[in-house]
Design a protein around this ligand. Structure first.
Ligand SMILES: Cc1cc2nc3c(=O)[nH]c(=O)nc-3n(C[C@H](O)[C@H](O)[C@H](O)COP(=O)(O)O)c2cc1C
Length: 208
């Protein structure tokens, strides 16, 4: 099969928000770019879209077929309840916090129409190193992003302070050993976005 150089791949069509709707996987991957959560607008993915994204997200390499990850979907008022939880925990830890900062925390999960939390359930295993289970959770986050982008939505992978706060995590239902691999915020982009500088391959590639 003749391999076209990557530079030949261009968007084949654009969605109403001006996002390149790529039929070509390589073109989509070549132009993938996050969008700030605050710029992600409704409409969000439909229930069918969400199922399709979760199906793709769960289809990742997984040493030992352990599925050491799971999803928490934050949609509708679930986003507001998550924001209230985060703001409560923040306010308790920062009694002198300004009202504006509490407001920011309240809105953390309702900036975009949809947030999908990817939980890593990696744990000690007789055969599969925990590190490899964590990598698989990272792959889940990336597959979820690519599936969302392929459906014409924009996204961003965020952690922020609350991903490391055990009170927030336990009130979101995470077990002691579980961690957040990421909160993927998904919605319609406000329009095309400038790319950011990308790593220079000559600095990160060696040949053995
Ligand atoms: C595990 C992980 C956690 C991240 N957490 C944050 C975050 O909390 N806040 C943030 O602004 N960007 C965060 N980012 C970076 C953004 O997701 C995004 O990748 C970055 O802005 C680069 O843009 P790009 O995705 O277009 O390459 C995180 C990325 C990863 C992989």
């Amino acid at each position: 099969m003749d391999h076209k150089p990557v530079s030949d791949y261009v968007p084949t069509s654009f969605s109403k928000a001006g996002e390149p709707v790529m039929n070509d996987i390589l073109a989509l991957l070549k132009t993938r770019r996050s969008a700030p959560a605050a710029t992600l607008k409704a409409p969000g993915p439909s229930p069918q879209d969400i199922n399709a994204m979760l199906e793709v997200a769960a289809r990742v390499p997984d040493h030992g077929k352990l599925a050491p990850w799971r999803f928490i979907v934050f949609e509708g008022d679930g986003r507001d309840r998550a924001g209230t939880l985060v703001a409560e925990v923040y306010a308790k830890a920062h009694p002198d916090a300004e009202a504006g900062r509490i407001e920011t925390e309240l809105k953390r999960f309702s900036l975009a129409p949809l947030v999908i939390g990817v939980v890593s359930s990696a744990a000690a295993h007789p055969k599969i190193p925990e590190w490899e289970q964590v990598l698989s959770a990272g792959a889940v986050c990336m597959n979820l992003i690519i599936a969302a982008n392929a459906l014409g939505f924009a996204s961003v992978w965020l952690s922020e302070w609350y991903s490391y706060d055990r009170e927030v995590l336990s009130r979101m239902g995470l077990a002691e050993h579980e961690k957040i691999a990421g909160f993927i915020h998904i919605g319609c982009a406000a329009g095309p976005r400038e790319d950011r500088p990308r790593p220079n391959l000559t600095e990160i590639v060696t040949r053995f």
